[in-house]
Design a protein around this ligand. Structure first.
Ligand code: PMP
Length: 418
């Protein structure tokens, strides 16, 4: 069986040296083919928001599948309409029109298109260390060489410095990063831009939060150059940061376009772009169509995810358990020099490992050893950052404090064994 998988997936990498075969899932736990239980601290790359096989979500999917699976948007169906209403009810301001697509990459592609059509400009600004997908334009917006193929991509996309505290070129000087954004626009574009895209916590880049106050000032700069502001909420949305439903709300801004995927569907292949009626209207210049976007099963599932987050109080749990996790990790940092930085918000947390706290040299060998050892002890972590030396802890949002205790104990033991 494994051999067959290896043959099929030549270009796909495996998370662990000795790949794990996962066959069952229940809320925050995964089980391999031998029945061994793992605490899932990565949630299928920040995708399983409410919990694996959440009963309410599963029920909605099964019921809708039995009734009607597919039509496309050429017919009316209540599920997509009610879903669009329920989703946009969560959004501030005039963000009231939703387009449904199938992946985060596709959502960002569509957002770029809308920004360009609406502004009448072409150039887009992204941040270094960002991840927005790996299609042609989103590959251009990517700010991590590890994912970029060496092909022409992303014509018209430029990168500004990412405002981060730990490794940022200007430390925690927000204004210096805003000046850099202004310089990029003035020096690399005509001065008129289509838009700006950013995650509020850079996920693949290693759970790197943008400095507080950056987005407010950046949005002002972008709008003064004719651009629209896109918030990529693919990882930070749906209560994951605990304090707010969407990550951008933590920075006190209202974007013009919001893209969502992953946690929106708890594992269903679905994504959305929410915008204002004025911006959304630009797509009406031509026929616009997406075969699977907003199909009845995904819409019913997406509605159930919204309900599950509400009824299980998952945003509150992200806040409570996430704060506890950050506290316990900070204590662990006092004990183990290999931990250079602990950061994040809610259940979107990064732990960066270094060989020396002063030089911040990435601790690659140590990261790999601890990562594999945690897996053997029953904890699945994520890994990320430009150098791959950051543990990304982003579990299903139903994780408990007892699970966090087990995670900390496992990390502690694995670090001690170094
Ligand atoms: N944006 C962000 C912030 C992401 O983390 C990802 C996926 N890692 C994407 C976009 C692309 O999503 P997808 O893989 O569903 O295309």
């Amino acid at each position: 069986m494994l051999h067959a998988l290896y043959c099929m997936l030549a270009a796909i990498f495996y998370h662990f040296k000795d790949p794990v075969m996962i066959v069952d899932g229940k809320m925050q736990y995964l089980f391999d083919e031998q029945g061994k239980r793992y605490l899932d601290c990565f949630a299928g790359i920040v995708t399983v928001s409410a919990g694996h096989c959440h009963p309410m979500v599963n029920k909605a999917i099964i019921e809708q599948t039995e009734r009607l699976q597919h039509t496309t948007t050429i017919y009316l169906n209540n599920q997509i309409a009610e879903y669009a209403k329920e989703l946009t009810d969560k959004m501030p301001g005039n963000l009231k029109v939703a387009y449904f697509v199938n992946s985060g990459t596709e959502a960002n592609e569509l957002a770029f298109l809308m920004a360009r059509l609406y502004s009448g400009n072409y150039d887009m600004i992204a941040l270094r260390n960002a991840y927005h997908g790996i299609s042609e334009s989103t590959l251009g917006a990517l700010g991590l060489h590890t994912w970029k193929y060496n092909v022409p991509s992303g014509f018209g996309v430029h990168h500004a410095m990412n405002p981060e505290k730990y490794r940022g070129k200007f430390g925690d000087d927000v204004d210096a990063y805003v000046d850099d954004l202004n310089d990029v626009i003035n020096c690399s574009t005509s001065g008129n831009i289509a838009g700006f895209i950013a995650e509020t916590i850079q996920g693949v880049g290693g759970a790197v939060p943008l400095l507080d106050g950056y987005l407010q000032k950046a949005y002002e700069v972008v709008r003064s150059h004719g651009g629209v502001c896109i918030a990529d909420e693919v990882q930070t949305g749906f209560g994951r940061t605990g304090s707010k439903y969407f990550g951008f709300e933590n920075q006190g801004v209202v974007p013009d376009i919001v893209t969502m995927a992953k946690g929106i569907g708890n594992g269903l292949p679905m994504a959305a772009v929410v915008s204002t009626p004025e911006i959304a209207q630009t797509l009406a210049q031509k026929l616009h169509f997406n075969t699977f976007g907003g199909n009845p099963v995904c819409s019913a599932g997406g509605r159930a995810v919204l309900r599950a987050i509400e009824e299980d109080r998952l945003q509150e749990n992200s806040h409570k358990v996430g704060t506890y996790l950050l506290q316990r990790l900070s204590t662990l940092q006092e004990k183990h020099d290999v931990i250079g930085d602990v950061r994040g918000k809610g259940l979107m947390v990064g732990v960066e490992l270094v060989t020396d706290r002063k030089s911040k040299q990435p601790a690659l060998e140590e990261t790999s050893q601890i990562f594999e050892s945690c897996k053997d002890k029953g904890v699945l972590l994520g890994k990320g950052g430009l150098h791959g030396n950051v543990f990304r802890i982003k579990p299903p949002m139903c994780i408990s404090k007892e699970d966090v205790d087990f995670l900390i104990h496992t990390l502690d033991e694995s670090m001690q064994a170094l």
